[in-house]
Structures are given as C-alpha cells and as structure tokens.
Design a protein around this ligand. Sequence first.
Ligand SMILES: *[C@@H]1O[C@H](CO)[C@@H](O)[C@H](O)[C@H]1NC(C)=O
Ligand SMILES: *[C@@H]1O[C@H](CO)[C@@H](O)[C@H](O)[C@H]1NC(C)=O
Ligand SMILES: *[C@@H]1O[C@H](CO)[C@@H](O)[C@H](O)[C@H]1NC(C)=O
Length: 340
Amino acid sequence: MDVNQYVKVALFLSLLVLFCPSFSSSEDVKLKVKGVTNIATTDENFICATLDWWPSDKCDYNQCPWGKAGILNLDLNNTILSNAIKAFNPLRIRLGGSLEDQIIYQFGKQKHCPTMKKKDNGLFGFSVGCLPKKRWDEINHFFNKTGIKFTFGLNALIGKKNSKEDQLNWKGDWNPNNAISLMKYTVSKGYNIDSYELGNELCSEGVSARLDSVQYAKDITKLRHIVNSLYPNATTRPKVLGPAGFYGKEWFDSFLQHVGPGVIDGVTHHIYNLGAGVDKDLISKVQDPYFLSKIAQTFKDVSTAVKEFTPWAGAWVGESGGAYNSGGKDVSHTFVKVFF
Ligand SMILES: *[C@@H]1O[C@H](CO)[C@@H](O)[C@H](O)[C@H]1NC(C)=O
Ligand SMILES: *[C@@H]1O[C@H](CO)[C@@H](O)[C@H](O)[C@H]1NC(C)=O
Ligand SMILES: *[C@@H]1O[C@H](CO)[C@@H](O)[C@H](O)[C@H]1NC(C)=O
C-alpha cells in the first residue's frame, strides 16, 4: 500500500467512526477505497526515528525515562533493537536532538573527549560532551548492518558565542573544522550518510539558544560547500538539511530567501503538537484525531514557504516526539487503541 492509499484509508476509517459511532462487533467489514485524488505524496523513506544524546541522568517532572536509550549508552548488540529497525526496511534514523549543539567529535585536532556532565549554567543543564571515535565506528557498523538511512545532526554552535546580556542569542560564524574532520574520516571509511543536518532547534524563537536567520543561511551554505567538496560524486552525495526546529513564518521566510539554489535539500521542522509531557490530559489528546489534525496547518505553511523560496527542496518533519520534555508518563511508552 502506498502512502496515498494509506492516507485515504485513514480518512475513510475516520468517516466510518463518524457514521457508525456504536460499531463494536467483530464482524467482517468490506472497505472500498476510491483513490480518485491524492491528498499528499511522500517519498519511500518517510518512516523516521531520532536517536538522542541524552545521558541517563536527564530527568523531567520527577522521572528519568532515558535510561540507556541515549546513543552513547545504547546497547548496539541488542538483537531485538536491530530486528525492529530492520523490519522497517528502511528506517530513517536521525542522530541528533537537544544536546547535539554541544557535542564535539574525537577527530582531527580534537584528541580529548570529555564526558558530558550535569552543569547548572550549561545548555539544557549539561556540559559539553563528546563522540568518541570508537563509538562512531560502532554506530556506523550497527547502522550498516540494519540497513538504515542515516541522518546526522551536526553541532552548529561551535565557533559561536553568546553574551551575558543576551544569553539566548548566539553570534559569530560556525566553525566547521571539527565537523570536517569527522566527515573526512567518515568518507575514508566508506560509511554511508544519507544526510547532514545543521543544528537543533536554533531557529525562530529558539529553545536554549537561537541563531539569526541570515547567519544560519550563511552557515548552512558553508556546510553545502564542504559536503560538495568531500563528496565530489553528486549521485552518492549526502543531502543537506536544516534548520531542524519549530516553524515561525518570519524566521523561515528570511532564512529561505537567503540560501542560494541547491544549498538545502530538505527544510526540516519539528512538531510537538501534544505539548509538554507533564500534561494530565495527554492520553485523550493522543486519541483525538481532530486535535491531532490541527497541526496540518503548520505543515502547509512550511510547504508553502518551501515552494515559494526554495522549490528545489522538500518540506520535512525532521522530529516529532508527540509530547516534549521526554514524553508523558504512562502514555509515551505504552499502547492505546485509537481510530483515526
Ligand atoms: C558487541 O559485540 C561485539 C562483537 O560482535 C563486541 O566486540 C562488543 O564488545 C559488544 N559490545 C557490547 C557492549 O557488548
Ligand atoms: C554497508 O556497507 C557496505 C560496504 O561498505 C556497502 O556496500 C553498503 O551499501 C552499506 N549499506 C548501508 C545500508 O549503508
Ligand atoms: C558516482 O556514483 C555512482 C553510484 O555509485 C557510480 O555509478 C558512478 O560511476 C560514480 N561516478 C563517478 C564519476 O565516479
């Protein structure tokens, strides 16, 4: 079944619920899907998961749900995990998230590889952390074995500074040297990268940090030049994605007007339409198709901006965790029946 059919079946099912509210028997039903018009199209690799950098002592609302799920702790020898990933065939995995803009890579001049620790005035309450070279090898072997499409989120804050007066705004040019060292090694090993993304949630109002739209356009243009020179063969060249954050019209329009043709392949935005994980009402929001559908307008806004300013690029949802701040207790890691 292709995605369009999927969308139509989903719509049809929701109509069924409307017209037969008491439908509860287990009789067979015949379902006719009239595929007359396309509601939406997407590519083959639309199923995506993000692996995050959170250490196990990341806690929200008196719970610490990450355990050993962060990429530096994850058991890559776990066969249930690798079989689950393989079953999607292919699953797109994005390695990124809140902490990616304070991760340095143990490549090139960067020999020292500090362990991330809790730090009161650090971004998201953590110090700078590091991706050890050995772990990069393990990750790539694991991803290769499971046949995923790999999107890697690069630290976009290296080289930038904020001031005491203006903590949120980070100024200055992106310093790509550490990223170049990682990428050169990656190319030399033949590790497959589907796409590089620059920064996490630094656009619009920002979350823990924010960048000016014109500055970010300049930084991602630099990334494009680097990718083109390290991957001379256009057929196998990784895509360049950004800005990986929440949509705001002014910021996105300005950013897209400042990237030249071909700089960006996917305009990624994040969706957390359920709100914060602490919400007591989460379970009913999760089951309410009308509530969930409201976010469609944001996707339409992003698509419209992309068509207008960067028609060579696609509009992507790069991360959507449902409920932010590590999900909701008794909801995010459970199953619930829902018709939509
Ligand atoms: C995973 O398995 C490999 C060999 O298959 C082994 O070298 C490595 O130590 C194992 N890692 C863990 C964390 O058990
Ligand atoms: C895995 O590695 C092999 C050898 O380098 C390569 O041919 C293959 O395309 C890789 N597969 C994936 C899914 O990256
Ligand atoms: C580019 O990569 C494709 C796919 O691997 C290959 O068929 C082609 O020969 C390569 N082109 C050059 C110029 O190396």
